[in-house]
Structure formats: C-alpha cells, structure tokens
Design a protein around this ligand. Structure first.
Ligand code: HEM
Length: 336
C-alpha cells in the first residue's frame, strides 16, 4: 500500500477547505500545481515548527478524465445527490478539493494563498470554508462530533483502499457537504430533546441506550456497526455578519458506498426511519465526491490524456501532432 496522505491523523484546531473547478485549458497548470504541492507544503510548514501543516488533495471524477490518462480509481464517480420527500442533498460542482489543516490559522492561510496564486487563470475556487475547533471538539449544535471515529488500524482499514484496487492502494474516497444549521429552531428544543435528535448525551457525550435512542436519531441512522466505518473530519464554520452557522461534513472511506448508504438512509429513509432528524435542523447546501490519491501519486503523476483529435492536428495541417506526453509525433494524423 502506498503511503497515504494524512487522512487518519487527529483533528486539527484550524482548517481551510477549498473546492475548485478547472477552467477550460487549465489542465497543464493544475498538473504543475499537483506535482509541486508537496514541496509547497514543506516550504510553508518548515517555517512554522510545530504547525503540523498538512494538505490533503483530492480530485473529482470529471477532472480525473481531463488530467490523467490510464487507469481510474474503480469507484470514482460524480456525487449522485439525494432527493428525499422532506430533505435534499444537492450535488454541486468540484474538480479539486484541498483540505488544509494545522495547529494555527497562519499556516493554513499561507498555503491556501499559495494555492490560489498557482491556480490563477487555470482554475476557479468556488467554495472556501474556514473551519475551526469549537469547545471540546463540539459542532455548533453543541454536541461533541467525531467520538465514534475509528482509531489506529481500524481507521486505516476504514479509510484507505487496500488490495481491492491495487493500483490505487493507500488512496481514499472523500465526500464533502456543507450544512447550515437553523440554530433558532435547534435552541427551541430542550436539551433532552436535542439528545434524542443526535442519540447521545450533550454534556458528557455518552451514547443513549437502545431503549432511549430513537430510530430516527442521527447516531441510529448512521450506526457504523451495521453500515461500515468511515473517518470523519467535520469542522464547524460560520459568519457572524451573515448569521450563518454550519458544519463542514467531510468523510474519508475505502469505498464511497459506505458514505452513500448513510446518505441514502439520512435523506431517503429506511425501514426504520423516514429520515435522519438532524436534517430538520441542518440543510445541506453542497455535495461532492473526490478521490484522494496516496502521497507517491504526486511525485510521478500519470501521463496527461491524449488531446482530442481536433486539438492534436497542427494548425498548418502539416501532420505534426503533439502527443499526450507533449512529445512530437510526425505524420501520424491526417486531415480528412
Ligand atoms: C449537519 C451535519 C452533521 C453533524 C452536525 C453531525 C454530527 C454528529 C455527531 C454529534 C455525532 C455523534 C458523535 C460522533 O460519534 O461523532 C455524529 C456521529 C456520526 N455521524 Fe454525523 N453529523 C453530520 C452529518 C453526517 C453525515 C452527512 C454523515 C454520513 C453521511 C454522518 C455520519 C456519522 C456517523 C457514521 C456517526 C457515528 C455513528 C456511530 O455511532 O456509529 N454525519 N455526527
């Protein structure tokens, strides 16, 4: 298995999540950035000892086809979106995901600035979320978020591709969704009622007993003992000016099907519950699926795909074509 990106490391106090789409013709610049990212992270992180700066970079399905020739991760596809009777999880665009995390905001901000500079004219950053650690790793609903994440070898097995897809072993699939909370409605609930929505106690973060835990509680709907395990790195975010308070949901898994089953149960329902009650207080406004390659991928990117036939012919029609790897091939194509 290739060395993974730092997916299973503990949550950090600071994070920035950037989602970008690649502009037409921006592929070569994006490839250059992907190859240079490990070095850029080292340059920023080394100047801030103890910052723990990490950048987990992931690539969407359509972007993969534009950037790389050769094999594609077996389960990489577009996020389907989920349209339940009451609640929706939209599928939204995204070619690249940069999950920057560190002990402090300075390190993530500096590296995010560098990424923006390197993407200028080649890709558009369509979403930026600044995540922060909130009291005792709580979300803005006030509940501790992340407790039942797997640890150690269990986290490795849950998050990382193994022998099933040897070409991409050490990689992962990541789903991101931005949720906005209706804090007025949430705060109108008593604490015991909030606990029945989540399925855990608020102060001490213990799971409710089966007798006390409603079937439509968040924890019951997403029971990992039944559905499989994922590695979540959710972060709170918000804007005081806009009165916006949310959770950036981000989950890495060896197969996207585990997260997708959870989303189906949350939004479309199951035999046990019509939907996850957390959705009465949290609205998904984005949703995208990416593949997270292992570290070595960036040291030796796959070749770029061969350009489309029209692009491959030289403008003079002299039969000189540029092949996918940029080398010249003479007389291999003829204008019809
Ligand atoms: C509004 C967004 C969300 C919030 C605020 C939230 C919050 C929480 C909280 C407080 C817990 C209990 C503590 C813990 O184990 O972490 C939890 C558990 C969990 N959540 Fe979420 N979550 C959100 C969205 C999601 C989504 C979209 C999924 C899956 C697609 C998900 C999957 C899980 C899983 C698997 C668990 C652990 C269940 C178990 O005990 O096995 N969450 N979440």
């Amino acid at each position: 298995m290739g060395e993974p990106q730092p997916i299973v490391d503990p949550l950090s106090p600071s994070a920035i999540f950037l989602v970008a789409t690649i502009d037409a013709g921006g592929e070569a610049t994006v490839r250059d950035l992907l190859a240079d990212l490990p070095g850029l992270r080292r340059s920023v992180g080394f100047r801030l000892p103890g910052s723990g700066l990490a950048c987990i970079t992931s690539i969407g399905s359509a972007a993969w086809d534009r950037l790389f020739a050769g094999p594609k991760p077996a389960e990489l596809h577009e996020f389907p979106g989920y349209h339940g009777e009451k609640h929706q999880a939209p599928a939204t665009p995204g070619d690249l995901l940069f999950h920057l995390k560190a002990e402090g905001a300075d390190a993530v901000f500096e590296l995010a600035m560098k990424i923006r500079e390197r993407l200028a004219g080649a890709a558009t950053i369509i979403d930026e979320t600044v995540g922060f650690r909130y009291f005792e790793q709580r979300d803005l609903l006030g509940f501790v978020d992340g407790t039942e994440n797997p640890e150690g070898q269990l986290a490795v097995t849950a998050a990382l591709i193994g022998a099933d897809d040897p070409e991409f072993a050490g990689g992962s699939y990541v789903v991101v969704q931005k949720y906005l909370h209706d804090l007025d409605a949430w705060r109108a609930l008593s604490v015991p009622e909030q606990e029945r929505v989540i399925g855990r106690t608020k102060l001490e973060d213990f799971e409710l007993s089966d007798a006390d835990k409603p079937l439509n509680s968040h924890v019951a709907v997403n029971d990992q003992d039944d559905l499989g395990t994922i590695v979540r790195a959710n972060m709170p975010f918000g804007s005081i000016k806009d009165g916006e308070f949310g959770t950036y949901y981000i989950a890495y898994a060896a197969s996207p099907s585990v997260t997708e089953t959870m989303l189906e149960r949350m939004f479309l329902g199951s035999d046990e519950a019509a939907y996850d009650r957390i959705l009465d207080f949290s609205t998904a406004i984005t949703g995208t699926l990416f593949f997270t390659p292992p570290n070595l991928f960036f040291d030796a990117l796959p070749d770029a795909p061969a350009p489309a036939v029209a692009e491959r012919e030289s403008p003079s029609g002299n039969g000189v074509v540029i092949s996918g790897n940029g080398s010249l091939g003479i007389g291999t194509m003829k204008r019809s």
